[in-house]
Design a binder for this molecule. Structure first.
Ligand SMILES: NC(=O)C1=CN([C@@H]2O[C@H](COP(=O)(O)OP(=O)(O)OC[C@H]3O[C@@H](n4cnc5c(N)ncnc54)[C@H](OP(=O)(O)O)[C@@H]3O)[C@@H](O)[C@H]2O)C=CC1
Ligand SMILES: Nc1nc(=O)c2c([nH]1)NC[C@@H]1CN(c3ccc(C(=O)N[C@@H](CCC(=O)O)C(=O)O)cc3)C=[N+]21
Length: 287
C-alpha cells in the first residue's frame, strides 16, 4: 500500500508559519500583505476555489481585495481594474481566476499585470525566470507539488519524472521545476503515442490532465511516486456529486510507493503557495 502524501496537513503547517511571519512583519511594515483575486462570471467550481482562498487569506492575516465581476465585463474595463491594482500600494499579489469567458483575452490581461505582483507566476517575466532557473514568483500548483515531494523526502535527482499535461498553468511549469531539481523529465500530452510505455518508465508520475480516474494501475510500475493534480467533479452511482483526481486512486494506491489523495492532496497546497507568493511579494517591497 502506498504512503499517502497529506497535502492538507502540510498546507496547515505552512499556513501556520506564514501566519506567524505576517503577525511579526505587519507591525514593522505598518500594514498586512494584500491579495486581489479577480473572478469573472459564476462558474461554480471557480467560485468554490475563490472562497477557499479568501478563507485562507483571512486565517493567515492577508487582506483580501477579491473582486467578482459580471460575465459581461469588457476587456477594457478589466484592463483599467488591473492598472488600478498594479498602482495600489495595499495590494502585493494579484490573481486572475482562469478560465475567463470566451470574449476576454486572458493572455493580454496576464501580460498587463505588474510582474512583481503576479501571485500566480504566470506573467512571461516570471515564467521566463523559471525557464532560466532564476528566483522569481513561481506558479502555485507546481510549487505546491515540489513542496509535497520535498516534505515526503522523495529523491528527485536522476529520477525519471513523467508529467502528463502541458498547460501553462500546471504541466509545463511542473516539468521545468522537476528539471531544475535534476530529474530526467518527459512530458506527455494528447498527441503522445504509446502513453503506457512511457508512464511505466516513471519513478515519479505527475497527472495534470483534467479527466477523471484515467491513470490506472496497469500504467505504472510498482513503487512509483504518484502526484494527482486533477480536480474533477463527477456523479457517483447514487447520483451524488464528488471530487476525484485524474488517477484511479483505489487501484493505483495498491502499487504506488506514495500517492496524493483528491481532495486533500495538491489542492490545499495550491492555495498555500498563493499565500506564500503574496508574502514573498510583500517582503520584496520592503527588503
Ligand atoms: N489541484 C490544483 O490545485 C489544481 C488542479 N487543476 C486541475 O488539474 C487538471 C489540469 O488542469 P490544466 O492543466 O489547467 O488543464 P488543461 O485542460 O489546460 O490541460 C490538460 C492537459 O492534459 C493533456 N491531455 C488531455 N487529455 C489527454 C489524454 N487523454 N492523454 C494525454 N494528455 C491529455 C492536454 O494535452 P494537449 O495540450 O495536447 O491538449 C493538456 O496539455 C484539471 O483537472 C484541473 O482542474 C488545475 C489547477 C490547480
Ligand atoms: N489563475 C488560476 N490559478 C489557479 O491556480 C487556478 C485557476 N486559475 N483556476 C482554477 C484552478 C483550480 N484550482 C484549484 C485550487 C485549489 C483547490 C482546492 O483547494 N481543492 C481542495 C478541495 C476543494 C473542494 O472540496 O471543493 C482539495 O483538493 O482538497 C481546487 C482547485 C486552482 N486553479
Amino acid at each position: 500500500m502506498a504512503k499517502i502524501i497529506d497535502g492538507k496537513a502540510l498546507a496547515k503547517k505552512i499556513q501556520a508559519e506564514i501566519s506567524t511571519e505576517i503577525a511579526a512583519l505587519k507591525h514593522r511594515y505598518g500594514r498586512a500583505p494584500g491579495l486581489a483575486v479577480l473572478m469573472v462570471g459564476d462558474n461554480p467550481a471557480s467560485a468554490a476555489y475563490v472562497k477557499n482562498k479568501e478563507t485562507a487569506c483571512h486565517k493567515v492575516g492577508i487582506a483580501s481585495f477579491g473582486k467578482h465581476f459580471h460575465q459581461s465585463i469588457t476587456q477594457a474595463e478589466l484592463e483599467l481594474i488591473i492598472d488600478e491594482l498594479n498602482n495600489d500600494d495595499r495590494v502585493d499579489g494579484i490573481l486572475i481566476q482562469l478560465p475567463l469567458p470566451e470574449h476576454l483575452d486572458a493572455i493580454a490581461l496576464i501580460n498587463r499585470l505588474e510582474p512583481t505582483k503576479d501571485a500566480d507566476g504566470l506573467h512571461p517575466n516570471n515564467l521566463g525566470k523559471l525557464v532560466r532557473g532564476e528566483p522569481g514568483l513561481r506558479s502555485c500548483t507546481p510549487a505546491g507539488v515540489m513542496a509535497l515531494l520535498a516534505e515526503s523526502q522523495i529523491d528527485i535527482e536522476g529520477k525519471n519524472a513523467v508529467v502528463i499535461g502541458r498547460s501553462i498553468l500546471v504541466g509545463k511549469p511542473i516539468a521545468l521545476m522537476l528539471l531544475e531539481a535534476n530529474a530526467t523529465v518527459t512530458i506527455i500530452h494528447s498527441r503522445t503515442k504509446n502513453i503506457k510505455e512511457i508512464t511505466r518508465q516513471a519513478d515519479i508520475l505527475i497527472a495534470a490532465i483534467g479527466k477523471p480516474e484515467v491513470i490506472t494501475s496497469d500504467m505504472i510500475k510498482p513503487d512509483t511516486v504518484v502526484i494527482d493534480v486533477g480536480i474533477n467533479r463527477i456523479n457517483d452511482h447514487e447520483g451524488k456529486s464528488r471530487l476525484v483526481g485524474d488517477v484511479d486512486y483505489s487501484n493505483v494506491s495498491e502499487i504506488a510507493s506514495h500517492i496524493t489523495p483528491v481532495p486533500g492532496g495538491v489542492g490545499p497546497m495550491t492555495v498555500t503557495m498563493l499565500l506564500k507568493n503574496t508574502l514573498w511579494a510583500y517582503k520584496s517591497k520592503f527588503f
